[in-house]
Design a protein around this ligand. Structure first.
Ligand code: DCP
Ligand code: MG
Ligand code: MG
Length: 367
């Protein structure tokens, strides 16, 4: 049965050796050394497991989840550091803000873990994979310029392939799998490379003689269903054919409403900036009205031509849903940005936060 699939462009971003990369960034003297980040248990440094390590350490066979003791025996010269989860969470939040700001809209963002997320860019790239690749490169630059760490990017028609594409060239890679290339991308892979297939499934597939994704793709679906049950069997068949209709989880009931867009060209021209700001604010107000919420605070974001990002927030004296108040406050913030930096603006964004349910009236002045 032919299925009608709406074309999408999905980006998956995964940070490279995330915890260890942050440690390297914080202490440049670590560069060029094997770095291992360990989650020590309360029994001290002799027990515990490896959280992650940089690529130099991986060359000596060190892997995530390996006991630290074994890692030490593999490479006694490596630098072993304890995890600093709070620091990594802070960096993660900044990276996620960058990623979210590149998505088509609020629904087009899904954080998967501390160091990875999906974003949908179908509209922004007009479903054109050349534009999508440029956007992927720009996202990498934006993260590098702001956080001084690298990531790997996968771009594909769905989450399954995008996730697999981001790990295809690591570290600091970008892999674009266009709709017509999905089958060739999957063909030579062993089944365990299919995202979602664990050890148990892999072994079960081996038992029925299936080792590669292409063997799985051509397998009779009824045979898969009899071995794995209906939903898993169908999932296996579709996944092997590179099909994955699952939508991004988005942020239903998000506690903020935001819009971001690029200026036509990098500029510091006030009327150009305020014109775009006005348009973004219009969209935000429409969304806030549709959700029947007031906001109590707001944030303006500017991405400069060197990709550096700056944000400024304001808390209002009371919750409103008022276009004029939003515009006046945003203008005031924007003027501060213009005063503080001589750099051209590349993208600007506005978001409202501290949302509260409205009770019908437009704003507090209507009382
Ligand atoms: N992590 C952990 N324990 C594990 C796996 C991961 O504590 N068993 C933490 C440390 C990683 C982070 O999660 O830095 C992200 O996990 P990834 O699987 O994305 O691995 P890395 O980002 O470290 O490396 P890669 O470059 O392969 O993505
Ligand atoms: Mg990672
Ligand atoms: Mg990851």
């Amino acid at each position: 049965m032919e299925q009608f699939i709406i074309p999408r462009v999905i980006v998956h971003v995964d940070m490279d050796y995330f915890y260890a990369a942050i440690e390297e960034r914080e202490d440049p003297s670590l560069r060029g050394k094997a770095v291992v980040v360990c989650m020590y248990s309360n029994r001290g440094e002799s027990s515990g497991a490896v959280s992650t390590s940089n690529y130099l350490a991986r060359e000596t066979g060190i892997r995530s989840a390996m006991p630290c003791k074994i890692a030490r025996s593999k490479n006694p010269d490596a630098v072993f550091l304890p995890v600093r989860k709070q620091l990594y969470e802070q960096v993660s939040e900044k990276v996620m803000t960058i990623l979210r700001s590149n998505a088509d809209n609020e629904e087009g963002f899904e954080k998967v873990s501390i160091d990875e997320a999906f974003i949908e860019i179908t509209e922004s790239c007009k479903n054109d994979y050349d534009i999508a690749k440029d956007m992927g490169i720009r996202i990498k630059e934006e993260i590098k310029a702001n956080e001084n760490i690298t990531c790997s990017v996968g771009i594909a028609p769905n989450k399954l392939i995008a996730k697999m594409a981001s790990s295809f060239q690591k570290p600091d890679g970008i892999t674009v799998v266009r709709p017509n290339d999905v089958k060739d991308f999957l063909k030579p892979m062993p089944v365990k490379k299919l995202w979602g297939i664990g050890k148990v499934t892999e072994e079960k597939l081996y038992e029925i003689g299936i080792r590669t994704v292409s063997e799985l793709a051509s397998c009779d679906v009824m045979e898969l269903i009899s071995s794995f049950g209906k939903s898993k069997g169908m999932w296996l068949k579709n996944a092997a054919n590179g099909e994955d209709p699952t939508p991004l989880k988005g942020r239903k009931g998000a506690d903020q409403i935001g819009r971001m867009a690029s200026l036509e060209h990098d500029s510091r021209n006030e009327s150009m900036i305020f014109l775009l700001l006005n348009e973004l604010i219009g969209d935000v107000i429409v969304k806030a009205e549709a959700r029947k919420v007031y906001f109590r605070s707001m944030t303006v974001t500017v991405i400069f031509s060197d990709f550096k990002t700056s944000t400024k927030s304001r808390t209002l004296s009371h919750a409103v849903c008022d276009r004029n108040i939003l515009m006046e406050t945003a203008k005031e913030i924007m003027n501060k940005f213009l005063e503080e930096s001589a750099m051209n603006f590349r993208r600007i964004g506005i978001r409202v936060e501290d949302l509260q349910e409205s009770t019908g009236q437009k704003n507090i002045f209507d009382f």
